[in-house]
Design a protein around this ligand. Structure first.
Ligand code: RFL
Ligand code: PHB
Length: 401
């Protein structure tokens, strides 16, 4: 969109075109509510940022309901379950058998591409390269967003500002008196995307003496792999050869699992951190997704949690904007936090069970006992399956609490 076409007034001003901001825009449109999305980077950049890959069952259902799953239904990879590898053996956790729902592997950037394309095709406003974005007067009933676009200072007046601008975005500091819960883990993940055909159709979470490794994929020709590395690691010491050799050490099991190798297309290091900032709202500013909370990637929850937030938010904004019930914004934080802490706990539990934390042999035996339980007891496996595949967005525990 050129800036002339961008309205200077809308119902909801959305900062950030990641999964949270884009899904929110589509949910609002489905409810007949106008919004404008302001994104710092250009379209090419946001469509090619390699990140998450696992969609929970409720996430896929929501995208289908919104009519945004055509390509996803054609190209995504449905997975029955995952595998846990330790002490040279692999164990299958069959989600479909255990809880009757499963997961879908489809790159976050593919979701983002589909959501942007649908919005652009419908002619709905999305401004890329929106610079110096700043929420203004959010504690009044006339908030606005100031930004620069095409070297021009612009203002977007709105009823509500939605900060969907990720962990390093501008919005969070505009909520005063935040309570922050923060846990930094003493390691990071080195992730690669490789042009190598996956040799099997499930993810492998491997707990190895040398550290954790994860085998994932994006398509029938692309593998996605991760290695636990020290927290302050840089890519400097990691040649392609060293990465493959470490993966070949940590992943293979005695049952003859082989890893295909190939050209590395992308390489990056991700910090491992659990973070929750609350409240998620101040006046007419709300935070959603990574802007409010992040989890370590071991439970594959981050993107799903971002989408669950905006599912709740869209319902509340419908009351606020369509029915004039401004007081409903007060319900937002509480409505999100139960799921946020469930995801935080699950991600911490998976991380603790699978990673190497120093040399403590007692700790290692506890991990192996937990892995034996989860792979040996149906009750324990079901707990993992239920958490991993995701709780329904509208009623987490099915009304049983
Ligand atoms: P995003 O995706 O960071 O989007 C925020 C958007 O806001 C823009 N922005 C701004 N726009 C305007 N003005 C500013 N000042 C702005 N500042 C930032 C950014 O450019 C961006 O476009 O946040 P959102 O939408 O909340 O989505 C969250 C997810 O991206 C994140 O939780 C997941 O990627 C986490 N995650 C995973 N989640 C899963 O559900 N399943 C997984 O398998 C999974 N694996 C992962 C992951 C994250 C990883 N990394 C790289 C952090 C694996 C990795 C390696
Ligand atoms: C991925 O495919 O990128 C992926 C899968 C599972 C995780 C984290 C990342 O837990």
């Amino acid at each position: 969109v050129s800036s002339v076409d961008v309205p200077d007034e809308t119902a909801v001003g959305i900062i950030g075109a990641g999964p949270a901001g884009l899904v929110l825009a589509h949910l609002l449109k489905a409810r007949g509510i106008d919004c404008v999305v302001l994104e710092l980077h250009d379209r090419e950049y946001v469509e090619h940022r390699v990140r998450a890959g696992v969609l929970e069952a409720p996430t896929v259902e929501l995208l289908r309901t919104l009519g945004l799953a055509d390509r996803l239904d054609r190209e995504s990879l449905p997975h029955r379950g995952i595998q846990l590898a330790f002490e040279g053996r692999r164990h299958h956790i069959d989600f479909l058998d255990l809880v009757g729902r499963s997961i879908t592997v489809y790159g976050q950037q593919e979701v983002v591409k589909d959501l942007i394309a649908a919005r652009v095709d419908a002619g709905d406003p999305i401004v890329f390269e929106a610079r110096d974005v700043e929420p203004v007067d959010v504690d009044t009933d006339k908030p606005l967003i100031r930004y620069r676009h095409d070297d021009e200072d612009r203002e977007l007046r709105c009823q509500v500002v939605a900060g969907c601008d990720g962990f390093h975005g501008v919005s969070r500091p505009y909520v005063p008196d935040l309570t922050v819960y923060d846990r930094q883990y003493p390691f990071a993940w080195l992730g690669i995307l490789a042009e190598a055909a996956p040799t099997q159709d499930e993810l492998i979470y491997a707990s190895h003496e040398r550290g954790f490794a994860l085998y994932s994929m994006r398509s029938p020709t692309i593998t996605r792999l991760y290695l636990q590395v020290p927290a302050d690691e840089t890519l400097d010491g990691w040649s392609d050869d060293r990465i493959w050799s470490e993966l070949e050490t940590r992943l293979p099991t005695e049952d003859g699992f082989v890893l295909n190798t190939g050209p590395i297309l992308d390489k990056g290091i991700t910090e491992m951190r659990g973070f929750v900032a609350t409240p998620m709202r101040h006046g007419n500013l709300v935070l959603a997704g990574d802007a409010a909370h992040i989890v370590p990637p071991t439970g594959a929850k981050g993107m799903n949690l971002a989408i669950a937030d905006v599912f709740v938010l869209a319902g509340i904004l419908d009351d606020v904007i369509t029915r004039g019930r401004a007081e409903r914004l007060a319900d937002y934080t509480t409505a999100c936090l139960r799921r946020v802490w469930r995801a935080q706990h699950f991600s911490w539990w998976m991380t603790s069970m699978l990673h190497r934390f120093g040399d403590d042999p007692f700790q290692r035996q506890l991990q192996l006992s937990e892995l034996a339980l989860v792979t040996g007891s149906v009750t324990a496996a079901r707990n993992l399956a239920e958490n991993y595949t995701g709780y329904p967005f509208d009623d987490m525990f099915g009304g049983e609490t």
